[in-house]
Design a protein around this ligand. Sequence first.
Ligand code: HEC
Ligand code: HEC
Length: 296
Amino acid sequence: MSDADKQKEIDRVSGVETTGHEWDGLKELNNPAPRWWLWVFLLCCIWAVGYWVVYPAWPTLSGHTGGKFGWTQYSQLKSSQAEITGRRIAYLDKMNGLALADIKKSQDLYEFARAGGAVAFKENCAACHGTGAQGNAVRGYPNLNDDDWLWGGDLDAIYKTIRVGVNSGHDDQRGTQMPSFGRDGLLTSSQISDVAKYVAELHKGDAAAITEAHTRGAKVFAENCAACHGPSGEGSTEMGAPRLNDQIWLWGGDEKSIHNTVANAHLGVMPMWEHRLDDDTVKMLAIYVHSLGGGK
Ligand code: HEC
Ligand code: HEC
């Protein structure tokens, strides 16, 4: 059969001419495309031509056709960045010169500061304090989510700690001075064992077993430690002396860890941020840390 003959063949069931294409006995009918489809196709063609005219479309030898609208991804990015910066500046302007307590009172500013603080925290603080601010109990980095504060947990105290740091070399630094009772020969090794036992049992309060070592330890504590850590181990935010009668520890709370701490004091270093971050960022960080759950 010639090609022309095949084309003229009419399908018996539908009465439609076939195209002459056949696969294993299946023949293709020569139906015209539906009208709606043609219209959509035509509209798409017109749309495409319009698109070429107004948007960048075709490559040319020196680059590409620019389009009547002059649109580029770069210009779009620039305008959305300008909008964000504009909003940021408006908030920063409002924040400027406001006391932390006033920022906290304004719902808008507070949310803005908290979000900004969260970002700055991930960038600057998470390396030591952890991304969730949970701290690191092996290296003396405090958990910032709890309400146990070395230096005070109200907004102004937190702000100051971040601004000046601890043992940081800042003129106005928060400095710590826990003596090394073992290394410097201030207490004998058995006195240190006694006081370590006593301190490890402090959180039990009246329920602690009053052994001879415990009683001796209590005496060593009253004479050597209470001045900074308080008579019942409640700590002092003025000295940055941690509370010892709870179960939150910077350097570990078992008898052996406490023994080590008393023999060789570890002094934590928290960098100052005053000259590294601008004051707005330090404020936002204080608000963020305060909001973590332990703020007073
Ligand atoms: C190099 C590690 C390091 C970095 C980085 C660091 N910190 Fe600290 N931070 C410490 C240490 C160590 C202490 C505990 C100091 C002490 O023993 O008194 C501390 C203490 C604090 C305290 C006081 C907690 C309390 O209980 O009073 C706050 C608040 C704090 N950091 C916030 C921050 C913020 C906010 C940042 C980021 C801008 C930051 N830290 C970055 C190591 C770090
Ligand atoms: C001059 C004040 C001062 C005196 C005296 C002092 N401490 Fe401290 N102690 C501190 C400070 C400040 C820290 C926090 C050190 C740091 O992490 O920077 C500390 C930390 C500790 C810690 C670690 C707490 C933790 O959470 O891991 C223990 C335990 C401790 N002291 C026990 C004692 C005992 C026991 C004595 C008495 C034998 C004593 N201290 C005397 C100031 C003092």
